[in-house]
Design a protein around this ligand. Structure first.
Ligand code: NOJ
Ligand code: CA
Length: 769
């Protein structure tokens, strides 16, 4: 009796073991290794089913995992395969991004292309015309030193030319119960705080992971997560699953099978429930598994960019980095409104008479206020100013599921579009256009050409887009194939008009900015607009996850962090002024905002100096210390060729101020505030570095070795640090505006000891003397 019980317990334990632990290796596999020989990819067809596995230094990273698709109207791409051919290649090239974290990126990989066939007669097809051909599916694997990319390819010579995907069957079988930083799987929003947990805890924590998130939220599974997901193994490996070059295809989320420790690809369905309509020849997006031995190497990885195609634009001279301010935080904080009037419960474009409407008292985008911002931005060496709420339609834009919501052309009566542009240009500032579509992609496409033409007419060269709410056409989610195609259409049309695009609420990027560098920003994650709801560690996770696919318009720079001082319902943001400064170096974005009000900066002009001095585009970036969810310390070296590009662009406008020198340029060339372009021509650049640090709710002391400075050269370091009693924790010790600014002479032999307050950070500018 006792023996029997023991036996049953033993059997139960065996059955409870994750399935994957039973199959560690693929027999008879074809293999390819990374250039450094550390990563090895194995591929084999097992009983007709394609499988891959990934090892690092002989240890499994991805256990044998299935590949394939189920299809509509036809037998699945999930069985009856034979391996027909295997080809190998190797590639090593260095390319120069138009903008980025460095001026040169090495793209070095070994490749294996497997050609699989479902032989004639082995599968059923509804399409009799193609019965005389085999079905061909190729899988291209690229092995880099820092990870794997693979994609499915469908050549034209194929029984399978047109097909509809029901499910992608790609698996990522995990070799352990890793620690993970994840946001819940959702078809409409990525605006979530990250949850840190073991993989086995995803199910129990999943409901809570929606707390404080964006809207609308549309879940698909109680263990669904989004990519990029960052993980850390107990052996200290950093793994990241994501995708690259998602074009004409739905976004891939992941469904976690916690019985077997397997992530399964979950493609975001379209309104009919399908997950992609394919026409051969077609290459699907890359699926990626980044593998690094340190967190800093994960930040330095360019896997996603490298898997994208080279720049598609011949002329990129019109693309430039942008440091901007905005008539924006007023609305986000609740101080001002986007809308012009309270007269109308319902607005009809072309019918509603705004000319005779009573203005409300707090429309932010009015002429006087916009001029005030232009004056401040110009006086402080910024490139541009965003203005939201300039166009008719904001009275009933939100959550009404309204198709004809905006025309993107007609300004409110108190926004003089020609005059404000002229005023801005004369001061050396460009205005940034705002197109909130309210998620009516249909309506936006209706007006797109006219809207971009209007921008060209008045000299706008950048637009911030938005997709708040339920997507129209109804039934679509934010990341389905047709809607991903919409976002891409906007980018390609904008390029024709020489317009740079920064979309909010659009699909999270997958490195497409390499190919389309006019895509200078995206939000696609929880950004500053979530104010006091943002978790302290959030900004230390984003560079590992969301930012892997491209820059984020996070909109940092809040100096008045107690929102209760602006509106009665406001809370305290979990940050400090120095944490906000640190973000300018931590987050790469060629489009960087100083988000707070001019009057808040005016109270702290000494700390604001860092925002003025910091560059936004780099020729070198060093990730000095990092741990997701805890801290990041980054050092960056400015790229001289783009430093003054935005300022010079304004000078090419007929009414644009000539010879403007941006503030970061003045810092690098050590020029006075009133410097002219002639002064710049005669000046020599100094060697400059910026260092930024951020921490979560834990105070930390870090020692930053300055060994990246030029040996034998003296630098002046300006150190912006949290004061001893600073704290971003919203309790009785909250003290977010307490900082010290010190200057020191340092060399490459110096070490800076810096203390970050809870939720704090630091920023340092270093200029060779
Ligand atoms: C959400 C965006 O993220 C925010 O920046 C913008 O102000 C509003 N939508 C209105 O367009
Ligand atoms: Ca948003």
């Amino acid at each position: 009796m006792r023996k029997k019980t023991l036996f049953c317990l033993f059997m139960a334990a065996i059955l409870a073991l994750p399935m994957t632990m039973l199959a560690q290796k693929l027999d008879n596999a074809v293999k390819v290794q990374s250039p450094d020989g550390q990563l090895e990819l194995s591929f084999a067809v097992v009983d007709g089913v394609p499988h891959y596995a990934l090892d690092r230094a002989g240890k499994p990273v991805v256990l044998p995992s299935k590949m394939g698709f189920t299809l509509e109207w036809r037998d699945d791409l999930a069985h009856a395969f034979v391996l027909k051919d295997t080809k190998y290649d190797t590639f090593d090239e260095t390319w120069e991004p138009v903008w980025g974290e460095e001026s040169q990126i090495r793209n070095h990989y070994n490749e294996m292309l497997v050609t699989l066939e479902q032989p004639i007669g082995s599968v059923e097809s509804m399409d009799h015309s193609t019965e005389k051909k085999a079905t061909v599916m190729q899988i291209r694997f690229r092995l880099y030193d820092d990870g794997l990319g693979f994609r499915y390819e469908f050549p034209m010579e194929n029984a399978l030319v047109y097909f509809w995907v029901k499910e992608e069957l790609t698996e990522f079988a995990m070799a352990g119960d890793h620690t993970a930083w994840w946001i819940p799987g959702d078809l409409d929003t990525q605006e979530y705080n990250y949850t840190e947990s073991r993989l086995s805890q995803i199910r129990e924590l999943w409901d809570g992971s929606h707390k404080d998130g964006g809207w609308p939220w549309t879940a698909f599974s109680p263990t669904g997560v989004q990519t990029a997901i960052q993980m850390k193994t107990d052996d200290g490996l950093y793994l990241n699953i994501h995708e690259a070059a998602t074009l004409d295809f739905p976004t891939m989320h992941l469904d976690y099978d916690d019985q077997n420790r397997v992530f399964r690809a979950f493609l975001c369905p379209d309104a009919t429930g399908y997950k992609g309509r394919v026409q051969a020849p077609f290459n699907m997006p890359w699926r990626t598994v980044m593998v690094t031995t340190s967190a800093t190497d994960a930040l330095a990885s360019r896997l996603i960019l490298n898997l994208n195609e080279p720049c598609a634009l011949e002329d990129v001279s019109w693309i430039h980095p942008v440091k901007y301010m905005g008539v924006w935080w007023e609305m986000i904080s609740g101080k001002s409104s986007w809308s012009y009037t309270n007269d109308f419960p319902s607005v009809k474009l072309g019918v509603t008479d705004y000319e005779h409407a009573t203005p409300n008292a707090n429309h932010g985008a009015n002429n006087a206020n916009v001029r005030r911002y232009i004056d401040f931005a110009a006086a402080n060496g910024f490139d541009a100013l965003l203005i939201e709420g300039w166009n008719i339609g904001w009275e009933d834009w939100y959550a009404k599921q309204k198709d004809f919501v905006f025309d993107f052309l007609t300004p409110y009566p108190d926004f003089d579009l020609p005059a404000l542009n002229k005023y801005a240009h004369e001061k050396g500032i460009r205005l940034i256009m705002h197109h909130e579509s309210s998620a009516s992609t249909l309506n936006y496409e209706r007006w797109l050409e006219k809207a971009y033409t209007l921008m060209n007419q008045y000299g706008y060269d950048a637009v911030k887009g938005g997709y708040v709410g339920t997507i129209i056409p109804f039934g679509e989610g934010h990341y389905s194939q047709p809607i991903n195609n919409h976002y891409h259409y906007c980018i390609t049309e904008a390029a024709k008009h020489h317009i740079m695009v920064n979309s909010h609420e659009a699909v999270r990027p997958t490195g497409l900015c390499r190919t389309w560098p006019n895509m200078i920003g995206n939000e696609s994650a929880m950004g500053t607009e979530f104010r006091e709801r943002i978790n302290p560690g959030h900004t230390t996770i984003l560079p590992f996850t969301r930012l892997q696919g491209g820059p984020m318009d996070y909109t940092p720079g809040i100096f008045e962090t107690d929102m209760g001082k602006i509106v009665p319902w406001g809370g305290k943001m979990r940050t400090t002024i120095c944490n906000q400064l640190g973000l300018y170096v931590t987050f790469y974005s060629p489009l960087q905002m100083a988000a707070d009000f001019p009057e808040h900066y005016a109270q702290h002009m000494d700390a604001f100096q860092f925002i003025k001095d910091v560059a936004v585009d780099w020729d070198k970036s060093l990730y000095l210390m990092a741990e997701p969810g805890a801290y990041i310390v980054t050092a960056r070296h400015p790229k001289l060729s783009t430093l003054n590009k935005a300022a010079e662009g304004v000078g090419t406008l007929p009414d644009g101020k000539k010879g403007v020198v941006s503030n970061a340029t003045k810092f690098v060339y050590d020029l006075p505030d009133d410097a002219t372009i002639e002064d710049l021509w005669h000046a020599t650049p100094h060697d400059v570095w910026y260092v930024g640090g951020i921490t979560d709710e834990n105070a930390r002391e870090v020692e930053v070795k300055l060994n990246f400075l030029k040996p034998g050269v003296k630098y002046e370091a300006t150190i912006y640090a949290d004061a001893k009693d600073a704290s971003g924790i919203p309790d009785e010790h909250y003290n977010a505006q307490a900082y010290t600014i010190t200057k020191k002479t340092v060399t490459s032999k110096s070490t800076l000891k810096l203390r970050m307050a809870p939720c704090g950070g630091f920023a340092v500018s270093l200029r060779a003397l």
